[in-house]
Write a protein that binds this ligand. Structure first.
Ligand SMILES: C[S@@+](CC[C@H](N)C(=O)[O-])C[C@H]1O[C@@H](n2cnc3c(N)ncnc32)[C@H](O)[C@@H]1O
Length: 245
C-alpha cells in the first residue's frame, strides 16, 4: 500500500524523522552542452562518490571528485593545498600527474602567517578547504582557524590567509575555496560563504565562474536528530576566484 504524506503524518516528529533519513531524488535542470572537458561540473555538484582520495574518516574530509573536476577544467601546472587535512587534493594531483605542495597546521605550517607562506607570484592554483570556523575542532593550537575564540578572530585570520593566497598566486592564478555556512545557539546563523567572498573581493580577487553548490553527501549531521526546528543546510559552496593579470 502506498503511504501518503498526510498533514497528520508530516506533523508527527517520528514519521518526519524516519522520512528524513530516506534518500530523496530531485530532478536537476538540464545543463547546456559546452566545450568543457568536464560536462558534469556545473553549479549543482551532486555526485555522491568521494573517490579513492584522502581519508573519509578525517574530520571535514571532502570528496576528491570535485577537486579532480576543477583541476581538469582549469588545468593548472602546479597546485598548492595549504590546509590539506587527510591529503585529498594531494592524492588527486598524484593521479592527474600535477605537482602539488600539500601543507597543514598538523605539520606546523600556519597558512595565516605571511612569513612562511609560499613566496609572491609562485603559485598557479590554490585549493583551500578551511575549517568552517568551529563546526569541527581540529586541534588546540591557537593558530588553528577552528580554535578562533570569536567570529572576529576567525575572520581576521581568514582574511590573512586569503591575503597570503593572493600574494602567492601568479597574475591570473586561481584560488578555489570550499566553505560552508555555520550556525549555533550563541552566534545564530553565520554566513561564512558571504564572508569568504567579501574578504576575497577586498583583497582584489574577482570571481572566475558560477558558485558551485556542493551537495553534502555523507555529512555526519545527516544522521542526527534535533529537538529544535530549523532549516537544515545540505550543501557547502566552492567559490573560484582569479587574481588580476
Ligand atoms: C576542512 S579540513 C581539510 C580537509 C581536507 N580537505 C580533506 O579532505 O581531508 C581543514 C584543515 O585545515 C587545517 N588548518 C586549520 N587552521 C590552519 C592553519 N592556520 N594553517 C594551516 N592549516 C590549518 C586543519 O588542521 C584541517 O586539517
Amino acid at each position: 500500500m502506498n503511504r501518503i504524506d498526510t498533514p497528520h503524518r508530516i506533523a508527527n516528529p517520528h514519521y518526519a524523522a524516519r522520512n528524513a533519513r530516506r534518500a530523496v531524488y530531485a530532478k536537476l535542470p538540464r545543463a547546456p552542452l559546452t566545450a568543457s572537458p568536464v560536462p558534469r561540473l556545473t553549479s549543482l555538484y551532486h555526485h555522491d562518490e568521494a573517490g579513492p582520495y584522502g581519508d573519509r574518516r578525517y574530520p571535514g574530509n571532502c570528496s576528491g571528485e570535485l577537486v579532480k573536476d576543477l583541476l581538469t577544467f582549469f588545468a593548472p601546472a602546479t597546485v598548492l593545498d595549504p590546509m590539506t587535512g587527510s591529503g585529498t587534493c594531494y592524492d588527486v594531483c598524484r593521479e592527474l600527474g600535477v605537482p602539488c605542495r600539500s601543507l597543514d597546521l598538523r605539520e606546523g605550517f600556519d597558512a595565516c602567517d605571511p612569513e612562511t607562506f609560499p613566496a609572491e607570484g609562485t603559485q598557479d592554483f590554490c585549493w583551500a578547504h578551511p575549517p568552517y570556523w568551529r563546526m569541527k575542532r581540529y586541534c588546540d593550537d591557537p593558530r588553528d582557524l577552528s580554535a578562533a575564540p570569536t567570529l572576529g578572530d576567525f575572520l581576521d585570520r581568514y582574511a590573512a590567509f586569503i591575503a597570503n593566497c593572493h600574494r602567492a598566486l601568479r597574475p591570473g592564478g586561481t584560488l578555489a575555496i570550499l566553505m560552508g555556512d555555520y550556525s549555533d545557539r550563541e552566534q545564530g546563523f553565520v554566513p561564512l560563504v558571504y564572508h569568504t567572498k567579501r574578504l576575497a573581493f577586498a583583497e582584489g580577487f574577482r570571481q572566475a565562474c558560477t558558485d558551485i553548490i556542493r551537495f553534502s553527501h555523507g555529512a555526519s549531521s545527516g544522521t542526527k536528530v534535533y529537538r529544535s526546528a530549523f532549516i537544515p543546510g545540505l550543501h557547502d559552496v566552492c567559490t573560484v576566484f582569479e587574481k588580476g593579470r
